[in-house]
Design a protein around this ligand. Structure first.
Ligand code: FA5
Length: 340
């Protein structure tokens, strides 16, 4: 019995000395844990001589209950103390201005692409995505450039270590993919995506840049349709008063082939620094799809014809916003990106 009295006295004293929640937890383990002092005292009940057992048992249970109540009270007190401490020690200045969450925005390249999509969507063109890693066959051969064709030099190419597999140099191989999927139905598609060229990086040329290819295949498509589509596009993107100029050019996969210029958006054709005093800005290469390419896509060139064009949306964005260096697009400089 005296041991119980001593246990109770010691436990109360130690409980009163607990200063925080961690100390309370330790106290609880010490007295109420599986091998704790209270558990041991209760386990003694069976070992006490029979005549003292009832009295010892009653006292042991009273001590257990008293300590459990004291512990619960100490816990409540500690919670109050902790709240008090956090209110006085970690003072929150509610009058301080909050931190703004920075709003993100779409990259200029993405926004330009989306504008181009929506203009062509209004003309009935759907977006068709094709792969960035291509075969030599798709990127060149089926576009009318057999091995050793000198026109391949127009596209400096990144080859992979797998023979015949390369990073596409333009979006034109997508023409073959879309035609093979759609033939013999008509096609109205634009094919956006990243292209790669093993070129000198300059203010106007990157080794990695986007293109948007356009393709229309149907019966009776003519140069007039191509001109109309490009003119409507240029006016929507650059302004209703825009004029376009068509120059003859050469691509192995179109016949005839053209380059398209718009009159300079800065000087309106008078000549300035942006247009290098010519009054015109080049926006794309285009032409009527070559019969060999139509055949490779699964169309009979005797019945079907088509037009195709390919433009660099980043060069388009340079013109529209007066940006003087294409490297800014992938430079990840927020001072540039936040302007748009
Ligand atoms: C082509 O790549 C042809 N496939 C376009 C085409 C498609 C012609 C369908 C006929 C029919 P070109 O190499 O000119 O053509 O590239 C087209 C556009 O891609 C250029 O006008 C330019 O805007 C953009 N471009 C080309 N090289 C780069 C580069 N290194 N960095 C940024 N943009 C580029």
């Amino acid at each position: 019995m005296s041991a119980l009295t001593e246990l109770e006295r010691r436990a109360h004293a130690e409980l009163a000395a607990c200063v925080d929640a961690a100390a309370l937890r330790m106290w609880h383990t010490k007295y109420f844990g599986d091998t704790g002092a209270v558990k041991l005292a209760l386990a003694q009940i069976g070992k006490v001589p029979k005549e003292q057992r009832a009295e010892y048992g009653k006292e042991a249970n009273r001590v257990k209950d008293a300590l459990a109540i004291a512990f619960d009270a100490a816990l409540v007190k500690e919670k109050d103390r902790a709240l008090e401490r956090s209110l006085t020690e970690e003072v929150v200045d509610v009058s301080m201005p909050g931190r703004n969450i920075e709003r993100g925005r779409l990259h200029l390249a993405t926004r330009t692409l989306r504008e181009i999509y929506s203009i062509f969507a209004d003309m009935g063109f759907q977006v068709y995505r094709t792969r960035e890693v291509e075969t030599d066959e798709m990127n060149f051969e089926l576009l009318n450039m057999p091995p050793h064709h000198p026109a391949r030099d127009m596209w400096d190419t990144f080859h992979t270590t797998t023979p015949g597999v390369l990073l596409r140099t333009h979006t034109s191989p997508g023409q073959i993919h879309v035609m093979r999927e759609m033939a013999p139905k008509p096609v109205r598609a634009i094919l956006p995506g990243m292209c790669f060229r093993y070129e000198q990086i300059t203010t106007r040329s990157e080794i990695m840049f986007q293109q948007v290819e356009g393709l229309a295949v149907d019966q009776g498509i003519s140069m007039g349709d191509l001109k109309g589509a490009i003119q409507a596009f240029a006016r929507r993107l650059f302004g209703q008063e825009r004029k376009i100029r068509i120059r003859s050019s050469y691509f192995p996969f179109t016949e005839p082939s053209i380059e398209v210029d718009v009159d300079c958006i800065v000087c309106r054709g008078k000549g300035c620094g942006l247009c290098k005093r010519t009054g015109w800005l080049e926006i794309m290469g285009a032409g009527l799809v070559h019969p060999a390419v139509l055949r490779n896509g699964g169309y009979d060139p005797a019945k079907f014809s088509g037009f195709a064009f390919g433009m660099g949306p980043q060069r388009v964005a340079l013109l529209r916003h007066g940006i003087d260096d294409i490297r800014l697009f992938w430079g990840n400089d927020l001072r540039f990106l936040c302007q748009f």
